[in-house]
Design a protein around this ligand. Structure first.
Ligand code: ATP
Length: 207
């Protein structure tokens, strides 16, 4: 009997690079997706598992009226204070890792895609995946995509980009780079199809 997953793919990329779009295409090919951002959101919702520790560490100012994380307050604190950022990660990461392990246990497909936006920056996931796939595009494209979203300015998009790993560092860590620039969604879909086919070939089996 096959033990799934056969492949754990760590999918990463800068803000607005197209990670979620690529993740959706991989799911359409039959992969299982674990979204670490979605797990983090769940942990910090009202009643979320991380909330007691976060409140103890950072005080009531980071708790919203409904009892979930006040993301703007937490972001401001983590942005201005490196030790607060570290503490936040120290609380969230083990909980995210446990949830990823639980979801991995019930994975019933050969390919598991772990969407980890800060995979390269955190250094925590590399040894938990078989391959790192990076979605890459030019910075100006990132800004153009992100500023389409309500409430995002060019300055805000730039600030996030400069907090994240550089493109070269990310691509250096990659087993596969999916260059998602100056191509439309149909072309991106074909690109992902080719990468999926290459994984099939490497596996010597139909995924
Ligand atoms: P974030 O880091 O903020 O979560 P992301 O990396 O997951 O972003 P997506 O949400 O997949 O990025 O893509 C950002 C936006 O760009 C979306 O509206 C998506 O539809 C669009 N997009 C991505 N790739 C392309 C493409 N090749 N052609 C046109 N639009 C694209």
């Amino acid at each position: 009997m096959e033990v799934f997953p056969l492949w754990r793919i760590g999918l990463t990329g800068g803000i607005g690079s197209g990670k979620s779009t690529v993740a959706g295409l991989l799911v359409a090919h039959g992969a299982t997706l674990i979204d670490t951002d979605a797990i983090a959101r769940c942990l910090t919702e009202p009643g979320g598992q991380a909330m007691p520790a976060l409140q103890t560490s950072f005080g009531p100012g980071i708790v919203g009226t409904a009892g979930g994380l006040n993301r703007a307050a937490m972001r401001a604190l983590a942005f201005s204070d490196a030790s607060a950022k570290q503490q936040l990660e120290a609380i969230l990461h083990p909980l995210i890792r446990d949830e990823v392990e639980q979801q991995t246990l019930v994975c019933s497909t050969p390919v598991l895609v772990l969407d980890v936006p800060l995979l390269v920056e955190s250094g925590r996931w590399r040894d938990r995946v078989d391959q790192v796939w990076v979605v890459d595009c030019e910075e100006e494209t990132q800004v153009a995509r992100v500023t389409q979203r309500p409430g995002w300015t060019e300055a805000a998009a730039q600030a996030v980009i400069h907090q994240q790993a550089s493109r070269s560092l990310r691509c250096f860590a990659a087993d596969v780079v999916i260059y998602n620039d100056r191509i439309n969604l149909a072309q991106l879909a074909r690109h992902v199809e080719d990468i999926w086919a290459a994984l099939n070939e490497t596996s010597g089996t139909s995924l």
